[in-house]
Design a protein around this ligand. Structure first.
Ligand code: SF4
Ligand code: SF4
Length: 67
């Protein structure tokens, strides 16, 4: 099963990764990072296919996908 890791310190909550994920695999979380942004967290993790679209889309290289 694939696993997505968000490097929250780099996330600026642009939500591009949320838009691009075909599985609804990411959402805006409750916690803020040191820069004051609410950071994205994985959801529906069992549905993640490991397609890496979220990681490719992220302009801040804040997502890692492990397969
Ligand atoms: S790897 Fe693909 S399926 Fe998994 S969270 Fe990222 S975009 Fe969604
Ligand atoms: S694309 Fe990157 S910076 Fe934008 S919300 Fe997703 S993880 Fe955060």
């Amino acid at each position: 099963m694939a696993k997505v890791k968000v490097l929250s310190q780099y996330c600026k909550c642009c939500q591009l990764c949320i838009e691009v994920c075909p599985q609804g695999g990411l959402k805006v979380g409750d916690k803020t990072n040191a820069r004051g942004y609410n950071t994205v967290v994985p959801v529906n993790e069992e549905k993640c296919t490991g397609c890496t679209l979220c990681a490719i889309m992220c302009p801040d290289v804040a997502i890692e996908v492990y397969k």
